[in-house]
Design a protein. Structure first.
Length: 258
C-alpha cells in the first residue's frame, strides 16, 4: 500500500495547490490512501466546514488538524458528524469530534488514522504519551495499517513518540512546524517516521506568513496582523509504503512545486 501524507495546508495558496494538483499527484504516485493536515487552511489559522469539504473533494481521504481546530466554530458540527475530519484525540473526552478513525483505502484495505497533539509548548487536556498506545491498539483491532499525525512543537517529543509506537504504528508523522525535516526513515520495528512533513503553501515567507510582517512583530514585539504570503507555492509531504500487515518499507519526503 502507498500512503501519501500532505503537510500543513496554509491559506488560499495551499488550498489551490491541493485543489488543482492532488488528484493528478495521487495518480502519478499510484497512491492508495491520502491524509491531509488542514490545520491552517482558513487564512493560515484553522479550518472551516466549507474548506474541509473542498479538501475532501480534492482527494483527501482523511483530514487531520491541530492546535487551531476550534478557531472556526462552524467546523464543530462536521467534526461531530464526519468520520473523515479529525481533531487531536487528546483534547479531552468531552471535546466534540474524534481523534481516531478507520476508513477504506483504494482497493478495500482498511486504514486507521490517529490525530494527536504535543504537550510541550502547547495546551492539551491529556498528555499524548498517556493515550497514544491505546489509540493505536484500538485502530489495529480493525485496521492493520495505522498512521499517526503528531501535531507538536518539539523535535524531541516527536522523535520520542515515534520510538514509543515503533512496531505498532505504520507511520508516525510530525506536523505543525511547517519546515520539512531531513530525517524520513524506517525505525527498527518497521514504523515510518519523520519529525515534520513540511508545509503546503507559500514558501517565500516565514512559515506561510508574509515575511516582512513576521519580521516586524519579532523586531518590535508589537502586535502585527499577519497575512498569508503568495510566492513559491509547493506541496510538501511524505510518501509511505507498507505491506498488508502494516509494516513500513519506504518513507520518502515529497516536494512538488505548483
Amino acid at each position: 500500500m502507498r500512503i501519501l501524507f500532505i503537510g500543513d495546508v496554509v491559506g488560499a495558496p495551499g488550498r489551490r495547490a491541493i485543489e488543482t494538483r492532488l488528484h493528478e499527484l495521487k495518480h502519478e504516485l499510484a497512491v492508495d490512501f491520502c491524509v491531509v493536515n488542514g490545520e491552517n487552511a482558513a487564512d493560515g489559522l484553522g479550518l472551516t466546514a466549507k474548506l474541509a469539504e473542498k479538501l475532501l473533494r480534492a482527494g483527501a481521504d482523511v483530514i487531520t488538524t491541530g492546535n487551531h481546530v476550534w478557531r472556526h466554530r462552524d467546523l464543530i458540527p462536521l467534526l461531530e458528524s464526519s468520520d473523515r475530519v479529525l481533531r487531536p484525540a487528546n483534547l479531552g473526552d468531552r471535546a466534540p469530534g474524534r481523534g481516531l478513525t478507520v476508513v477504506e483505502a483504494e482497493g478495500g484495505a482498511r486504514v486507521g488514522v490517529v490525530n494527536l497533539m504535543g504537550a510541550l509548548f502547547l495546551s492539551v487536556a491529556v498528555h499524548p504519551f498517556q493515550v497514544a498506545e491505546a489509540l493505536v491498539e484500538e485502530a489495529r483491532r480493525t485496521a492493520p495499517v495505522v498512521l499517526v499525525d503528531f501535531h507538536a512543537e518539539a523535535t524531541s517529543e516527536k522523535v520520542a513518540l515515534a520510538r514509543l509506537l515503533d512496531g505498532r504504528a505504520t507511520a508516525v508523522i510530525g506536523t505543525h512546524t511547517h519546515v520539512q525535516t531531513n530525517d524520513a526513515r524506517i525505525l527498527p520495528g518497521g514504523t515510518a517516521a519523520i519529525t515534520d512533513a513540511g508545509m503546503t503553501g507559500p514558501h517565500d515567507s516565514v512559515i506561510g506568513v508574509q515575511a516582512d510582517l513576521a519580521v516586524e512583530r519579532m523586531r518590535t514585539g508589537l502586535p502585527v496582523r499577519f497575512h498569508t504570503a503568495e510566492g513559491d507555492v509547493r506541496i510538501e509531504g511524505v510518501l509511505v509504503e507498507c505491506g498488508a500487515e502494516g509494516r513500513a518499507t519506504r518513507c520518502e519526503t515529497l516536494r512538488v512545486p505548483v
